[in-house]
Design a protein around this ligand. Structure first.
Ligand SMILES: [Zn+2]
Ligand SMILES: [Zn+2]
Length: 308
């Protein structure tokens, strides 16, 4: 059960231009290169406590923006948010540099509508089950799918967001939020340490490395969590719960439960399954910013449990 619109409209919208394609590659590959470079640089380069704190804070804000905002709220409607929270979640999610809200939501709704079948934008199972097919599938699901010039049809998969003026504006300024996501750590690092060097190291760690780390955590949900893990709930696809990523993904790696009940606000529904995003929604509910939250109910869970 997804919130996807169905109809005679085509699966894909306009193709990306060459310039868009080039920009996309730069924003996906430069942070990735920084992440790889970061490992040996830790020993010889500046990494201050300020960098660590800025990186952690921005990681949490952007990850919650994607998990609570882009995913559970905008894609699946797991709760209702007031206008300020709605806009804040849209901007925080954009700070993850994973595309505009409308792009992300349309792609993800298509993923649920066709999960692990033809039409899924990022299934690891599209090429077969031999070792080489799975290796190719892993790459495609993790990162390769974004290098395709095909873009999901927004009219078909995100008509509700296209009708929303606030969200159209937040989505249109995605480039500004991306720039902010890189410039803000540099400005904070520079001002707090009162040095150009502090600005540079904060830009590197809390900007580039943080974005790349978050990219790979989110992409692992598409790749690893459709390949490896436990499947306590019945879903029509290969989505699995992969516990090692629970904390870093803030609950998104309980992906089998999510595919079994996509509109549920909590993904880690079983005992001991930490779900930081669900806890955050609970806090928003306490403050009165979120309402009509779709919390799990024992009856719904029991119905979706795999027999035996
Ligand atoms: Zn999935
Ligand atoms: Zn989902």
């Amino acid at each position: 059960m997804t919130t996807t619109a169905t109809g005679p409209q085509p699966l894909l919208g306009d193709r990306r231009s060459l310039a868009q394609q080039l920009t996309l590659k730069v924003f996906l590959l430069v942070p990735f290169a920084a992440l790889i470079a970061a490992v040996p640089l830790v020993w010889g380069w500046g990494l201050t406590w300020l960098d660590v704190i800025l990186t952690a804070v921005l990681y949490v804000v952007a990850t919650l923006g994607v998990t609570v905002g882009y995913h559970r709220y905008f894609t699946h409607g797991a709760f209702k948010a007031n206008r300020a929270l709605r806009v804040a979640l849209g901007i925080a999610g954009s700070f993850a540099v994973q595309g505009s809200i409308i792009f992300w939501v349309a792609s993800h709704r298509r993923h649920h509508a066709y999960a692990d079948r033809d039409g899924d934008p990022h299934s690891p199972w599209l090429f077969g089950t031999s070792p080489t097919a799975l290796l190719r599938g892993f790459w495609h699901a993790h990162m390769g799918w974004m290098f395709s010039r095909d873009v999901t049809n927004y009219q078909r998969f995100a008509p509700d967001l296209l009708r929303d003026k606030d969200i159209r504006v937040v989505s249109r300024y995605f480039g500004v939020w991306t720039a902010g996501s890189l410039v803000l750590p540099a400005v904070l690092g520079g001002l707090i340490s009162w040095s150009w060097w502090g600005a540079l190291t904060a830009f590197f760690w809390a900007g580039l490395v943080r974005i790349a780390a978050l990219h790979h955590v989110t992409w692992s949900v598409n790749s690893i969590c459709h390949m490896v893990g436990s499947r306590p709930f019945a879903s029509r696809d290969k989505a699995a719960n992969f516990w090692p990523l629970a904390i870093l993904s803030m609950g998104e790696s309980w992906h089998n439960s999510h595919h079994a009940d996509p509109t549920c606000a909590r993904h880690g529904v079983l005992r001991g399954q930490i779900d930081i995003a669900a806890r955050t929604i609970w806090v928003f509910e306490r403050f009165g910013w979120a309402k009509d939250v779709r919390w799990p109910t024992p009856e719904r869970l029991a119905r979706r449990r795999v027999a035996g």
